[in-house]
Design a binder for this molecule. Structure first.
Ligand code: PMV
Length: 321
């Protein structure tokens, strides 16, 4: 028997960085998915093949290659099997539409899909919460101490308001008219070092930074209300203000600003850094009739522009035969 599971990537709408210090943030699942096909092997090794990374790795218990980029997936899968008292061999084949190392939650989506596929293949009863938690364990290997947004959004889908010490709620609303255009600055960025840089600035200027954090938290609450009211214009405006706060805490640069202002001039309702900043992608919120204009305005400055929609479905799994 073969099982196929998939899970969506994510983008942060508002609140990145501020979320690290327990302010609320809002992220959404996007309609790019990671797919994992799982099949049993007649031994007890975990074989993982990644089409995107062009990599195949065989993990034998006790002598795993911990440096492999596929190790976190193996770890999450073993965790779920051990919890069910299983010691089985398995082949996982991964293919993904989500760009790697782009702040779109590709590693979390892959871990979520892998855990769901293995659980279904062996008939292990798991809740969405179990899947998210197993994927979080994989995420701690990839990212150190992540906030947990990526695995949560990927598991549940939809738009999620998240606060570190309180958990998450799924926001209601019909988002069929919203387009999220993601444009790559082409500048490599590292989430961990951007987080450290921001926290250092906060420590240096606590009296200035604390009100900014407070404002970002209030902004995320307002943005949540705008989403539930399906008020995309207001959401766009709040995204612009949020970008100003991100600039203030030092995570923007000239290239990102150029992309952001080009998108706004072309009619985006809002545009900002998404994720850690310092490079990576910007996000522009717009309605259908502005998509081409915004794309055209960005294409001279960005080599990779991805038009996405809000994805309501989180993880799913099905039998293939
Ligand atoms: O760029 P990403 O998707 O790795 O997002 C990082 C978001 C931060 O708030 C900066 C860090 C976090 O763990 O939430």
């Amino acid at each position: 028997m073969k099982v196929k599971a998939s899970a969506p990537g994510k983008t942060i709408l508002v609140g990145e960085h501020f979320v690290v210090e327990n302010e609320p943030a809002i992220a959404t699942a996007i309609n790019l998915r990671a797919y994992v096909v799982a099949e049993e092997r007649n031994d007890n090794v975990v074989e993982i093949i990644s089409d995107n990374l062009n990599l195949r790795e065989v993990f034998m218990e006790g002598s795993e290659n911990r440096n492999s980029p596929l190790y976190p997936i193996h770890h999450a899968v073993r965790y779920i099997m051990e919890r069910a008292g299983l010691s089985k061999g398995i082949v996982l084949r991964i293919s993904s539409e989500i760009p790697v190392a782009a702040g779109m939650g590709s590693s979390a989506a892959t871990a979520v899909a892998a855990v769901a596929a293995v659980s279904r293949l062996f008939g292990v009863k798991v809740t969405k919460d179990d899947i998210s938690r197993a994927a979080y364990i994989a995420e701690t290997i990839v990212h150190g101490k992540p906030s947990g947004i990526d695995n949560t959004v990927s598991t549940y889908g939809g738009v999620i308001a998240f606060r570190k010490n309180e958990g998450f709620i799924r926001l209601k609303g019909n988002f069929t008219t919203a387009f999220l255009i993601l444009a790559d600055s082409g500048i490599h960025r590292n989430t961990g070092s951007m987080v450290k840089k921001v926290l250092k600035l906060k420590k240096k200027y606590p009296n200035i930074m604390e009100p900014l954090y407070h404002a970002a938290g209030r902004l995320a609450i307002e943005a949540g209300k705008a989403i539930e009211m399906e008020d995309l214009e207001k959401l766009g405006e709040l995204m612009n203000i949020n970008h100003g706060l991100l600039s203030a805490i030092g995570v923007s640069n000239q290239k990102l600003e150029e992309l952001i202002y080009r998108a706004r001039s072309a009619g985006a309702l809002g545009s900002k850094i998404t994720g850690a900043g310092g490079g990576g992608f910007i996000i522009a919120l717009c309605t259908g009739e502005r998509v081409e204009e915004v794309k055209n305005a960005l294409k001279d400055v960005s080599k990779r522009i991805i038009v996405t929609r809000i994805e309501n479905e989180g993880v799913r799994a099905e039998d293939l035969d």
